[in-house]
Write a protein that binds this ligand. Structure first.
Ligand SMILES: Cc1cc2nc3c(=O)[nH]c(=O)nc-3n(C[C@H](O)[C@H](O)[C@H](O)COP(=O)(O)O)c2cc1C
Length: 211
């Protein structure tokens, strides 16, 4: 089938884009509102964009139903300039999913999901105690594009549980971390446990030798 994007609704475009741009890592973002209340929500329109400086991008669509009302995460980051990306692993999937529920403003997703927090080292927004890895970020800028906000964050510190770090690199022991990815908008995810394929890069020298 061929699709012309101009003829699709925003929902249809969303359905197709998130089915094709997959798997995606999931950032379970903790942020704080101006009254000090904590918020947690998952975002899979998320990736690193460069490492020098260390910038991540998160796409937060405005609230459904028209208008230009930002999701709490985007609003909090704009107002406080800080957030934490908690890495979503297999053991956190259900709690992550609860955090995506649209609870009333006075209800904490963190409490509802049975999660707790620990202080960050460099920013006032805490990380989730149950997350095996987390990145402390400060807002670099937020782009408002149509009914979406693209948050660019600069990572200022990382926490990774010792057992998931090879200090030699340092490298992340990704095969042990069991991160999960989101596939489409219909509740489909992928596990990374026992799913690794190793494909080393080929130098031009080796390429020539193999011919
Ligand atoms: C796995 C997963 C990934 C999600 N990714 C995004 C995303 O990239 N952008 C977005 O706007 N909403 C995304 N959502 C929906 C938000 O998490 C949801 O709207 C949440 O209630 C927003 O919370 P907030 O208003 O506290 O920021 C995702 C939901 C799930 C379950």
């Amino acid at each position: 089938m061929d699709f012309e994007l101009e003829k699709l609704t925003a929902r249809e475009t969303y359905n197709l884009m998130i089915g094709l741009i997959a798997p995606r890592p999931i950032a379970l973002v903790t942020s704080r509102n101006e009254d000090g209340g904590l918020n947690a929500a998952p975002f899979s329109a998320y990736n690193y964009l460069c490492t020098d400086p260390p910038i991540v991008g998160i796409g937060a669509m405005d609230r459904p139903g028209g208008g230009f009302i930002p999701k709490d995460t985007a609003r909090n980051i704009r107002r406080t300039g800080e957030f934490v990306i908690n890495v979503v692993t297999e053991d956190l999937m259900h709690q992550m999913n609860i955090c995506a529920t649209d609870f009333p403003p006075d209800v904490s997703e963190i409490d509802m999901a049975g999660l707790t927090t620990l202080p960050s080292k460099h920013i006032s927004v805490p990380r989730l105690a149950q997350a095996h890895a987390a990145m402390e970020c400060v807002e670099f800028t937020t782009l408002e594009i149509g009914r979406s906000r693209i948050i660019l964050g600069k990572i200022v510190a990382m926490y990774i549980e010792d057992r998931f770090v090879d200090p030699a690199g340092p490298y992340v022991l990704s095969e042990d971390l069991h991160a999960v990815g989101r596939m489409n908008g219909q509740g489909a995810y992928v596990k990374t446990r026992d799913a690794f394929i190793h494909l080393p890069r080929i130098s031009y020298e080796d390429w020539q030798k193999s011919k």
